[in-house]
Every structure is written in C-alpha cells, then in structure tokens.
Design a protein around this ligand. Structure first.
Ligand code: MSP
Length: 518
C-alpha cells in the first residue's frame, strides 16, 4: 500500500461533542492506526463544520458573534478528541482562511465551467439538515422526518449546480465499483435517490444567511454550507484550482471517507458530482456507519439522554480512553446501529480487557518471575505450537480491516486471547513446575508471551495505551509492522523483574462509578 488517506465527517459546532460524534472519530482512528501498522504514508483528517443558518441562529441566541461561538465550541471538539487519543494529522475548521479562499475558487471554477447557473427558486429549507427538502421528503404533517420541524418556505434567487449532468456517471460508478459504498446494502438506496435527483441550490441569499463564505463577485450570495463543508476533504490537503500542493498530489484521492448513514446522500451524490465537475479522482470507499443509541433510545436533547464521551470517562474514573475506545469500536458490525449502556460497557471491558487479556499477561509474567527470575532461557525458544494460530489471526485481522470490519477484527483478537488462555489452562505451567518439568514449563510461558507480543500489536489500534504498557513489559517494539510479525520476537535473556510487572488494565470499579454518578 503506497499511501492511506482517511477522513471523518466534520461536526457542526452548535453544541458540544456527544458519543455519536465520538463513535465516528474512534472508528476512524482505529482504522487509521491499523493502517499505520501497514503503511508509512498515512494521513487522517477531521475537523468542524462552522458556517450556516444553524450556527448563525444559535450564536445570536447566545449573544455572541458566530466566530466567537465557533472558536469556543471547536475547542470542545479538539479537547474531546485529545482525551480519546484521536491521533489525527490535521484538524480543519471551515472558518480557516485558506479553506474559505479555496472554496471560493472551487465555486468560481464550476461557474466558469457552466456547471453552476443562477435560478429563481422557492423551496422548503430545514435548518437542522441545512438542506432544501421536497414535499415528498416530509412526514404527513409536513415536518422534516429527521428533525420533526416544519421547514421554512424560502424564496430566493440562488446559484444552482447541475447535479443532473452527473447522474448517469455516478450511477455507473456505483454499479461498477461494488465496494465503493460500504456497507454495500446502502448502494441501492443511493441509486434510488439518484433516479429522482434534481439540480441543487448551492448558494443562499445574504439577506437570509450571512454566516457563510461569500460568492466571489456577488455581494448578495453566500456559498451553500454543504458545498463549503464537503470541499474540506481537498482544501485541507492544499487543493487549489490554480495549482495544488504536493500534499494534495500525494494523498488525494481518499482511501476511506467515514461518515454516518444520515449524510450518505451528500457524500455519495453531491460530493461525487463536485469531484467529477472538478475532474478529480474519486475516493476509493465511503463508509456509512450506523448510529449509536443510548439504552436502545435515539439520543436527543429533548429526551435529555445526550451523553458526552468525557462524561463516560469521568463516570468510570478512567485515566485512559482505551476501554471506551474498545467498546465503541466494537459496538456494532460495520454499517449497523450500535448501542451504549453503562452496564454493557462495564461488563464487556471487564471481561475482555481486564479478565481475559490483562490477566493473561499478568499471571504469565508473574510465573516467569516466580519460576525463572524473569529469564527466558534459550531452551524455551523455538517450539511454539501457538505460532500458527497467532499468525493466522494477524492475517484474519488484516483481512477484516481491508473490508472495514472493525468489530469482526476485535472478535478475532479476542478469539486469540481465549485460545491462549485455554493453552495455559491445558498445559498448567504451575503443575509442570511442581513436577519439576522446568524446561516444559518455561516453554509454555515463553510461548504465551510470544503470542502476547502479537496481541499487543493487534490491540494497539483500539487500545493504544494498554498496548504500550503490554509491549513495555515484554520489551517488544510496538512499531513492528504487521507484515513483519513473526511471533518470535522475544529472545533468550532477562525479560522482567517483579517490581516492573503491572496490570495493564484494572476492572472497572462499579461501586466507585455509581457513587460518582449519583
Ligand atoms: N456537518 C455535517 C457533516 C459535514 S461533512 C462534510 C454533519 N455534522 S453532525 O455534527 O451533525 O454530524 C457529524 C457526524 O456525526 C456525522 O457523520 C453523523 O452521522 C455523526 N453522528 C451524529 N450523531 C450520531 C449518532 N448518534 N451516532 C453515530 N453517529 C452520529 O452532519
């Protein structure tokens, strides 16, 4: 793989980040970190979407300027991603000067090309979606189905983009590239939407919306927020119609663009048409993930069940985000909805990370110290009956990531942990030691520790801190590329002293968690 470029949706900054936003960023970070283990040339873009009527209205209600409001809230997203160890390469804000300038040039290029034209229009605008809706999109009561609000009747002379010109090419692209939209069951949905597509309004009258990027040479119009927002994926890299940067040439097209299922239309239709109009290559994959519910209920301000990622960390007194990352990344099969519940979170991370994985390392190292002073003797090496299974798991995990099956990959890693635990139980090194079969006992312990180095590499994308703590105790180089894993990286010699054995993850203390929440 020569290069890998991954993006997330950029979040609206009219509120603070919730665990739905966090789910997407974690998922993307896990995919990104996995591919850094396979490729040296990687880039991860995330950011915030800051223009539009919603921000204009909310900031006015709060009595601050839109820019002040965006600065304050964009920082909340940055802080949250820091707390979750989201290892992005760049955080773009659509109020960045460079982005704004290039969006104006993109718009102009499409006008010059004849793909954008002016047209008087009356439409129904939903500010929640930041989009015009047609009558048939609405509920029986005339409400937006997603926001349950009556859209506003807007009468404007706007610029329109000739979406219809690209309809057939997009349908053809989707049909000839079955893995373009992931999961593939969503492709038909998009093709159906394309059948009824019309040209779209790509500007708003300044008299109605002034918080946006002005159209060059037209003082009365600002660029539609979705055209502005979608362009971030290329402006961030340094795309410029008058000459792009080296970084753009190096990384575009994106390998995977991660978004939620609710905004697939914007990405698989509008965005693709814009790229076609700009004569740029298309992203390889668009991953439309499902939604996270809380205790099986949709999150909403009115229900008061919106949870922030940092509140989960605080409630469980977590000093590393790994358990939350692990739980979220494996919350649902690719593209399906997932659920968060405190109970399930506690149960799953205690079982997988503390009891199975952490404990396995801890007790194996303790036995190595107890029976061999922490030494690996040359005669313990070379006969690892678990090696094939460990290497097969590496292969399987890579395969799952190639198909963006993040939950499935986590299950494979768990399976290897379970197999290794069973190997310890079946071979009972404590009995071997009691019987004086010391070489056999040392061999069993060493075999387990060799597998643990592989597990630390595999779990790293989900749990980077736990993986580091594991690798440290094993003197293992976590920068080992997945293709170079041998399951033979431990050498003969002294490995560890008793005082350096530390549990990599402690069970969540439910009493403490409950007390903190009440
Ligand atoms: N600003 C647009 C995206 C522009 S991308 C060029 C937007 N913002 S958003 O803040 O509403 O949503 C950001 C991302 O979070 C979207 O991909 C959306 O699907 C995702 N999620 C928002 N709520 C979610 C859940 N409850 N669960 C999972 N993801 C959710 O749309």
């Amino acid at each position: 793989m020569e290069k890998f470029y991954i993006t997330t949706a950029i979040d609206y900054v009219n509120g603070a980040p919730h665990i739905g936003h966090a789910y997407e960023k974690i998922l993307t970070d896990v995919i990104y970190r996995h591919f850094t283990q396979r490729c040296d040339n990687t880039y991860f873009l995330t950011g915030t979407d800051e223009h539009g009527i919603k921000i204009q209205k909310t900031s006015a209600e709060k009595g601050v300027s839109p820019k002040e409001f965006c600065d304050m809230n964009a920082q909340k997203f940055k802080d949250a991603w820091k707390a979750l160890d989201i290892d992005y390469s760049q955080f773009i804000r659509t109020t960045d000067e460079q982005h704004e300038k290039v969006v104006q040039k993109i718009f102009k290029k499409l006008v010059d090309k004849g793909d954008i034209y002016k047209h008087a229009y009356t439409g129904l605008y939903c500010s929640g979606c930041e989009a015009f809706l047609s009558e048939k999109d609405l509920t029986e009561d005339g409400l937006c189905p997603d926001h349950l609000k009556k859209p506003e009747v807007v009468k404007e002379e706007n610029y329109f983009f000739k979406l219809t010109k690209y309809k057939d090419a997009i349908i053809k692209h989707i049909k000839t590239n079955p893995d373009f939209i992931i999961p593939s069951f969503r492709a038909n949905e998009v093709i159906n939407q394309l059948e009824n597509i019309e040209d779209i309004s790509v500007s708003r009258a300044k008299t109605n919306v002034n918080w946006g990027i002005p159209v060059l040479g037209d003082d009365e119009q600002v660029i539609y927020v979705w055209i502005d927002a979608l362009s971030n994926y290329i402006t961030a890299l340094g795309y410029d119609p008058e000459g792009s940067s080296e970084k753009f040439k190096q990384f575009w097209p994106a390998t995977v663009q991660v978004i939620g299922k609710d905004i697939l239309k914007f990405h698989s239709i509008y965005w693709i048409a814009i790229l076609m109009a700009l004569e740029l290559p298309l992203p390889e994959h668009i991953l439309a993930h499902g939604w996270i519910t809380i205790d099986q209920t949709k999150m909403s301000k009115s229900l008061g069940n919106v949870i922030s990622p940092t509140s989960v960390m605080e409630a469980f007194n977590l000093d590393i985000p790994d358990p939350f990352r692990y739980y979220m990344a494996s919350a649902a099969p690719c593209g399906k909805d997932g659920n968060y519940s405190d109970e399930d979170f506690k149960e799953k991370v205690n079982a997988h990370l503390a009891n199975s994985m952490g404990n396995l390392l801890n007790r194996t190292l303790s036995m190595l110290v107890k029976y061999f002073d922490g030494d690996i003797k040359p005669e313990f090496l070379g006969k690892n009956s678990l090696k094939e299974q460990a290497l097969d798991t590496v292969k399987a995990v890579k395969h799952h990531f190639d198909y963006i099956e993040i939950q499935e990959a986590a299950l494979k890693i768990n399976e290897l942990v379970d197999i290794t635990n069973k190997y310890v139980t079946d071979n009972a090194p404590w009995t071997l030691a009691k019987e004086g079969q010391m070489d056999k006992c040392g061999e069993v312990l060493t075999n387990v520790l060799q597998v643990m180095t592989v597990i630390s590499s595999l779990i790293y994308p989900y749990c980077p801190n736990i993986a580091k703590a594991m690798a440290e105790q094993l003197s293992y180089d976590l920068n080992t590329k997945l293709d170079d894993i041998t399951c033979e990286s431990l050498n003969a010699g002294h490995l560890i002293d008793k005082e350096n054995i530390k549990p990599v993850f402690l069970r969540l203390d439910s009493e403490l968690a409950d007390k903190k929440k009440n």
